[in-house]
Structure formats: C-alpha cells, structure tokens
Write a protein that binds this ligand. Structure first.
Ligand code: EPU
Length: 425
C-alpha cells in the first residue's frame, strides 16, 4: 500500500486550483441511469470513488468512457439492476443507484453498505421514503431487494425525513423524478451537492424546485422521457476547505482558485474567529495567517452549519493555538479516529464522547501515522506539513478516494511531500 511522506516546516504559498466535487459527481453519475442516450459530465475529479462508480455503472450495463476530466455515460441494450457487495463495500455511495434503478426499471437489488469507520450509517431513511412511494422492500442475505408497486410506477407523496440525510435526499429525488405525480421532501439535506443534483434533474427535463432548501418538490416525468445532459460539476468545497486549513496551519498565504466562498461560509466564519485572514474575489479565496491562532469552539451540523467533513482538518489547526478549544461532532458517532494519531504527533486532545477538548501545544512532531477514513487522512497530511521532522501517512488509498493529485498540488505550494509506492501498511 502507498504512503505519503511529508517533511514539515514550510509555509504554503501560491495558488491551487480546486477539482470538481466528488460528492456532487457521484449522484450525478447515478442520475445518468434515469435516461438513455449519452450524458457528458465535465470537471469530474479523477478519484478512486469515481472509478468505483464507473465500475458499478458498467456492471449495471452502461458504457462509461473516461477522458479526464470528462466522463461520458451511454446506455447499453441490457440493464442488470443489481449493485453487488464487492462494489458497494468499496464505497457506500453506491447505494445511490437504488432510487434511479427502481424508478427506471421497476426493481433493484443493492447490497446493504454495512457500517464504516466513521459510524453505523444506516439507510433506513432511504428505504422508508421508497416504501412511502409504493415500493416493496425486503432484506435478503445482505441485500436490499426493492420492487415497484404492482402495475407500474412509484407514486409521488410527501416524505418527512427524521433527520437531514445527503444521499437519502438524493436517492429519493432521483426516484421521484420518474414517479407518477409530485413528491415533496420535507427536512431535506441542504448541501450544495443536493442543489447540484436538482440542477441536473431539471436539465434532464424534470421539474425540481427547492433543492438546496429543506423542502424540495419534484414533479415526476414519464419513464423514457428524460433526456441525457451535458454538465460541468461544481468545485469541491471540502477540497477547498482542506487547502484553506493547510494554508492556515502552516502560516502561509494561499489563493484557492475555482472555489465558491458562499458554500464555505461556516468554515470561513470560524477561521476568521481563529485569527486567519480570509478574503474572496470572484472565484478565488485567499487565506493568510500572519499572527498567532486563537482557540475557537466548533460544532458540526448539517449544511449550512460547520461541515463534519472539515472537522478533522480544523482540529489540527486548533491543536496549535494558545489555549483551549472544544470541538463537537454531531453527525457521525465515530469521527475522531484522527485524534489518537495526532496525539502520537504531540497534540493534546482529550476525547469525551462526542466532544474533543483540544489544548494547544507549541509544536507537533513527525511520526508514522495511519487513518481509517478520508478526511482523517487529510488532517494527518496537514499535521505533517507543520510538524517538526518527517511524517509518514500510511494507507493513502483513503486519501485517493477524495483528493485529486494531492502531492502535486501541495508540492506546487512549496510542501516537501512524496508518495512511497508499496510502503508497509
Ligand atoms: N442517517 C440515518 N439514516 C439514514 C441516513 C442517514 O440515520 O437513512 C444518519 C447518518 O448515520 C448520519 C446522518 O444521518 O448520522 C447524516 O448522514 P448522511 O446520510 O447525510 O451522510 P451520507 O449521505 O452517507 C454524505 C457524504 C459524506 C458526508 C455526509 C455528511 C456523500 C457521497 N457522502 O454522506 O461525505 O460526511 O454526507 O455531510 O455525499 C466524505 O466525503 O468524506 C464523506 C464522508
């Protein structure tokens, strides 16, 4: 397995261009199942999760042609509406084919994703919503077997989510796109990636209103009537936030290109409170730190709150402030896996259930570390950028799921970073 080796100490300086959003590209690739013809996605990040989705679409019978950063998906003659365990276990977001397959082909067999490193992550909200639309759902030997109502299409209904779920909202939006009548999704996730899926469904000929708010309305269209699309994916706000954190932690001056400040508001507010200068001009965000960092408290929340996907990176920043800060994780129950690794690098963090109490230290020290999820791995790379000496981040495949060309981008900003192929895992 590959490892990333980082030599700490250099403040990051310069410009970095942000790739397309992974978590927008994944549902959009799945939305291609709703139509025939050839859909063209532009600005697709070349990541392991995109490869997994392409493999899944091919398994289902679609043609997928990758010409980075573009991906074309074409309809084949046969469809096998089944997502096998081998693919779903590599990426939970594979469950996003459930809604479109069921709506388009009247049945779907999708492996249950199971738990993952950051929490149990059930999909009960996806399934309850599909059942309310008339689907019959049973679980059989680790698979969700879903069938449309006798004699036809899912029906439009009002669904109230127990809690906002990003992929749950997306799955039901895609199912509703071909349902008979209007579906209203109440207490929906408001993430920009959900809004982006709404844009795609409208491009395909649907009538979606309210995507990006907590009430989304989808007027279903006849199966076979949706058109393929041509679309450039929005920038990845979490990748942008990760480079912002790296710039701040190293005391650098970095301009993030192709980012949308509006989607990062909660992070920007907290960074400014921590003493970091953040300014925006057009699609550029400049992050500068000239003085000491101040401790601030952060609680993760669904969008537009502070993103759970930035919690680990922010925690690294807080480990170097003067004084104490309290970080509370409310979205996933096991998302502090980076803390024991950061402690090995000299961070002083006490975990109390959902809360991490971070006592700032003067310095972090390089070490061999390992993470079990994507954002935790990113936080360890950031820690390595500022640590004294060398840090080896193992199990880099987590990083490759979500950060396109991370070594190249960080090197251009002045970091000393390299990949060691086939390192010890
Ligand atoms: N939940 C349920 N039941 C459900 C669905 C969700 O109880 O049926 C719970 C989850 O267990 C969690 C909360 O609801 O406690 C929110 O989970 P959500 O469903 O919103 O998460 P997700 O859709 O599985 C997406 C992103 C994650 C990101 C979360 C939260 C994609 C492909 N993944 O996951 O991204 O952390 O939303 O914003 O969009 C990442 O990119 O590193 C990543 C993990």
């Amino acid at each position: 397995m590959d490892a990333i080796v980082v030599k700490g100490g250099a403040p990051l300086r310069g410009n970095v261009r942000i790739s397309g959003a992974k978590n927008a590209a994944l549902p959009i690739l799945c939305a291609t199942l709703l139509s025939d013809g050839a859909s063209l996605l532009r600005n697709v990040p070349m990541l392991r999760d995109i490869d997994t989705t392409a493999a899944l679409l091919r398994f289902l019978g679609r043609g997928v042609h990758v010409n980075a950063p573009e991906v074309t998906v074409t309809a084949g003659s046969d469809v096998r509406p089944e997502a096998p365990y081998e693919l779903v276990k590599q990426m939970r977001a594979s469950v996003l084919v459930l809604g479109p397959l069921l709506a388009r082909f009247g049945r779907a067999k999708v492996s249950l994703p199971g738990g993952c490193a950051i929490g149990a992550r059930p999909i009960d909200q996806h399934l309850k919503g599909l059942e309310a639309m008339g689907a019959k759902i049973r679980l059989d030997r680790g698979y969700v077997i879903a069938e449309g109502p006798a004699g036809g299409r899912l029906k439009g209904v009002e669904i109230v989510f127990d809690l906002p779920t990003v992929t749950g909202t997306e799955n039901l939006m895609m199912a509703a796109a071909l349902a008979k009548g209007t579906t209203t999704l109440v207490n929906s996730a408001r993430e920009p990636e959900v809004e982006e899926l709404g844009r795609i469904l409208n491009k395909m000929g649907c009538d979606v209103t309210g995507a990006g708010t907590d009430v989304i309305q989808i007027v279903g269209r006849d199966p076979g009537s949706l058109e393929p699309f041509d679309h450039a994916i929005i920038p990845d706000r979490i990748e942008a936030g990760t480079y912002m954190a790296a710039a701040a932690v190293t005391g650098g001056d970095v301009t993030i290109e192709g980012a949308e400040m509006h989607d990062l508001e909660a992070l920007v507010v907290k960074m400014r409170q921590a003493g970091i200068e953040v300014t925006a001009e057009g699609e550029k965000i400049r992050v500068r730190r000239t003085g000491d960092l101040r401790g601030v408290n952060v609680t993760t929340a669904p969008h537009p709150g502070f993103p759970t996907d930035m919690q680990a990176q922010f925690l690294v920043m807080m480990s170097l402030v003067r004084g104490e800060s309290v970080i509370t994780e409310t979205i996933f129950e096991n998302r502090f896996m980076h803390v024991p690794e950061l402690s090995r690098m000299g961070a002083n963090v006490a975990l109390r259930g959902k809360t991490a109490v971070v006592e700032g230290v003067d310095k972090l020290y390089g070490a061999s570390v390992m993470a079990t999820d994507l954002r935790a791995s990113a936080s360890l790379v950031i820690a390595g950028l500022v640590a004294e000496g060398e840090t080896e981040v193992r199990r880099v495949y987590h990083l490759d799921r979500g950060y396109e060309r991370i070594e190249e981008k960080l090197s251009k900003l002045g970091a000393t970073i390299s990949r060691v192929k086939g390192a010890e895992s």
